[in-house]
Design a protein around this ligand. Structure first.
Ligand code: V47
Ligand code: SF4
Length: 391
């Protein structure tokens, strides 16, 4: 039944809108998965990427209050929080110290007051990336965000800063009176090196207005990513699925991303985000494992021009994320450390994984773990064990 689509995928031809809709309606998960795995292997071989990173949410106070978001609060509401720049720096310092100490202990040196041994300060055990996203705070100035990045970069020059969704960039433009391009240039000067893919949700207007009436439109989201790419800032793209959208809406979303990527080539990875229903205004259900795997696989098949498909283990669960590596995904994201957005909405995963746990998940899927930086460069290519680029 999927013969024509299979032939296209195997010969490297682009799938059409109709092909993708047919795949979403198909029950033949194994065929779809096998095709996606074939395409993924052609792109990235047996490699599966991961990153030693940390998520930071500077505040959950947000003027948008999207209907699917259980993380945000209004100012003064119970559970609202705001981090100072010093608190953000301390969170990063704590983790850096913990990693160093943990490594010393593994080497039988638990004297934490001794100077840092060069091996314990090895690239393997340092954060490569900090991922910063938060609410649209009604009182914070754009200067405060720039100061935050400057301080992080000054304190941790080797950690790449991936920060702020297009929704935040649009907000910075409005509160500062600067054009989006100027906002991005200022942030870049302050240390911004990449942007995450959040805020895309689902572009289709009919659904978007129900999900997040206050949020920027899909067109604006795409325009901001286009500008970021033109400024030399690589970005990711996401799609929130499993709520009110139809398969047609999902395919429309993928088509618009593929179209922009044709123009700029600036997307590094696509990340399907599985909707979590707890404590949200729209309620609904968790996604199924079948839908998760199918969505990953179809994304791989459809988005031939985006290099990486990320299986975000926080939302998929460790086990489905691991299986996704056999269904077209080639990246598990990272150690994360502290995750608040999905956990506010009922995520059942832990808030972080260790580097070793990520390596084990990948190896047990029969893939070769590759620790990467924020730009998909392997951080360490020297293989101590056969088939592994990261130990
Ligand atoms: O923008 C909010 C989503 C996003 C819910 O680019 C929800 O590398 C599920 O974008 N159920 C933030 N999802 C997360 C995100 C992300 C995560 C990891 C890596 C990257 C990357 C980006 O989470 C939000 C929104 O789309 N979200 N509420 C919810 N109830
Ligand atoms: Fe605010 Fe983002 Fe939550 Fe929407 S999803 S309410 S913009 S924090």
């Amino acid at each position: 039944m999927l013969k024509t689509i299979s032939d296209k995928a195997l010969s490297g031809q682009r799938l059409t809108r109709e092909d993708a809709i047919e795949l979403f309606h198909s029950d033949d998960l194994f065929t779809i998965g096998r095709l996606a795995a074939h395409v993924a292997e052609k792109k990235n071989g047996k490699k599966a990427f991961f990153v030693v990173n940390r998520h930071i949410n500077p505040t959950n106070i947000c003027v948008n209050r999207c209907k699917f978001c259980a993380f945000s609060r209004s100012k003064g509401e119970d559970g609202a929080f705001e981090l100072t720049i010093e608190e953000i720096i301390n969170k990063l310092k704590d983790e850096t110290e913990n990693r160093r100490i943990g490594e010393m202990e593994r080497q039988g040196n638990s004297n934490t007051t001794s100077p840092i041994h060069p091996i314990t300060d090895s690239p393997n055990h340092r954060f490569r990336e900090v991922h910063i996203v938060g609410g649209l705070h009604p009182d914070w100035s754009f200067e405060r965000y720039c100061a935050m990045l400057l301080e992080i970069k000054k304190t941790f020059p080797s950690i790449a800063i991936k920060a702020f969704t297009a929704v935040e960039i649009d907000y910075f433009s409005r509160i500062s009176g600067l054009a989006v391009r100027e906002v991005l240039e200022r942030l870049k000067k302050s240390g911004l090196q990449a942007m995450p893919g959040g805020g895309a949700e689902i572009f289709a207007e009919r659904v978007r207005t129900k999900l997040c009436p206050e949020k920027i439109s899909g067109e604006r989201w795409l325009e901001i990513h286009r500008t970021a790419h033109l400024c030399g800032i690589p970005t990711n793209a996401t799609m929130l699925y499993g709520h009110l959208e139809s398969y047609e809406d999902r395919v429309d979303h993928l088509m618009r991303l593929r179209g922009l990527q044709d123009l700029t080539g600036g997307f590094q990875a696509f990340i399907p985000l599985a909707y979590h229903p707890r404590n949200t205004d729209i309620g609904g259900f968790y996604t199924s494992g079948i839908d998760d795997l199918k969505t990953i696989a179809i994304s791989r098949l459809f988005l031939g021009n985006i290099p990486h498909i990320k299986a975000y283990w926080i939302m998929l669960g460790e086990k489905i994320a691991q299986v996704s590596l056999l269904f077209g995904a080639d990246d598990l994201d990272g150690t994360i450390v502290e995750e608040k957005i999905t956990h506010s909405a009922g995520a059942m995963t832990s808030e972080g994984l260790t580097r070793k746990e990520l390596v084990t998940l990948i190896k047990k899927a029969g893939k070769v773990p590759v620790e990467r930086d924020a730009f998909y460069n392997a951080v360490r290519l020297r293989a101590r064990k056969r088939n592994c680029h990261c130990e």
